[in-house]
Design a binder for this molecule. Structure first.
Ligand code: ADP
Ligand code: MG
Length: 252
C-alpha cells in the first residue's frame, strides 16, 4: 500500500466523524451545606467512534459519578454531554426525549447486573429490544445469539436468581449490547468474573467498538486487561486526567 492510494480505510480516520462522546466540564455536587460533596470537578473526555477507553482511579474518586452522567442516568450539576453530535445534557437541563435517547443510543453495564428479578435471563435481554419497537421473534433470536456468544445461552429460561454472579453479569452485557448502542458504558463490569471471562468481556467491548463504531468507556481495576484499551484516563479526587499514550514495545 502506498501513500498515493485513493481508498482510505474508513476505520482509521476519525476526523470527519462526530465524537461518540463529548463530555465537557462536568461538575457534580451532591448534597448542600454541611453535607456538600464535590464528587466531580470540571471533568472532560472525548471519545471517538470506535475508541475504547479505560477509566481508572481509587474508590471515591468520582468514576461512577462521571459514567452515570455520560450515561444520562445521573445528570451533572453543570457541564455538557454531547452524544454523536446531539447535545443531550446541559447541566441539569436535558434533551426532551432523554429516556428514549438513552434506550436507543446507550448501553450501560452496572457493577451489579441489575437484572429484572421476575423475568428470565433471555427476557431481560429481549425487553431492551422490545422497548425499542422490535418484535418478539427478532428479539428472542438476537438475545439467544448474544447469550450464546457470552456462554450463557443454556441459562436463557432461568430466573436471574438461579444464575451465578458472573452469569448474571454476562446476561447484563448481552442486554447492553442488544440495541447496537453508539455508546457503551461499563462500571467495573468484570468484578464478578474470573480473569479469563473478564478478559473476554473486555475484548468483546473492543470488538463492538471497532466493528460498530461505538464509543466505549470501561471503569476497571483490572491491570491485566489494559492492553485491550486505546486510551486510558484516570480520576483522582473528582479530577479527570488523560494518561499519555502507551509506549509501543517495538525494536527498530
Ligand atoms: P467511584 O465510582 O470512583 O468510587 P463515586 O462517583 O461513586 O466514586 O463517588 C465520588 C464521591 O461522591 C464519593 O466521595 C462519594 O462518597 C460521593 N457520592 C457518590 N454518590 C453520592 C450520593 N448519591 N450522595 C452523596 N455523595 C455521593
Ligand atoms: Mg464506582
Amino acid at each position: 500500500m502506498t501513500s498515493h492510494d485513493t481508498t482510505l480505510d474508513d476505520s482509521t480516520s476519525f476526523d470527519d466523524k462526530p465524537f461518540a462522546i463529548d463530555a465537557v466540564g462536568l461538575t457534580k455536587i451532591y448534597g448542600s451545606g454541611n453535607t456538600e460533596v464535590v464528587a466531580m470537578r470540571d471533568a472532560s473526555m472525548q471519545v471517538a467512534q470506535g475508541e475504547v477507553v479505560a477509566l481508572l482511579g481509587p474508590s471515591g474518586s468520582g468514576k461512577s459519578t462521571f459514567l452515570t452522567a455520560v450515561g444520562l442516568i445521573n445528570p451533572p450539576t453543570s457541564g455538557r454531554v454531547t452524544i454523536k453530535d446531539k447535545l443531550v445534557l446541559d447541566g441539569e437541563s436535558a434533551h426532551a426525549n432523554l429516556r428514549a435517547f438513552r434506550r436507543q443510543h446507550i448501553g450501560f453495564i452496572f457493577q451489579k447486573s441489575n437484572l429484572i428479578p421476575f423475568l428470565s435471563a433471555a427476557e431481560n435481554v429481549q425487553i431492551a429490544m422490545q422497548l425499542n419497537g422490535k418484535f418478539l421473534g427478532f428479539a428472542r433470536r438476537r438475545a439467544i445469539e448474544l447469550m450464546d456468544y457470552l456462554g450463557v445461552a443454556d441459562r436463557a429460561d432461568n430466573l436471574p436468581s438461579m444464575l451465578s454472579g458472573g452469569q448474571q453479569q454476562r446476561v447484563a452485557v448481552a442486554r447492553a449490547l442488544a440495541n447496537h448502542p453508539s455508546v457503551l458504558l461499563a462500571d467495573e463490569p468484570t468484578a464478578a468474573l474470573d480473569g479469563q471471562r473478564g478478559r473476554q468481556v473486555m475484548e468483546l467491548f473492543a470488538k463492538v467498538a471497532h466493528e460498530q463504531g461505538a464509543g466505549v468507556i470501561v471503569v476497571t481495576h483490572d491491570q491485566r486487561a489494559l492492553d485491550v484499551f486505546d486510551t486510558i484516563y484516570e480520576m483522582e479526587d473528582g479530577l479527570m486526567h488523560k494518561q499519555p499514550h502507551k509506549v509501543q514495545q517495538t525494536t527498530h
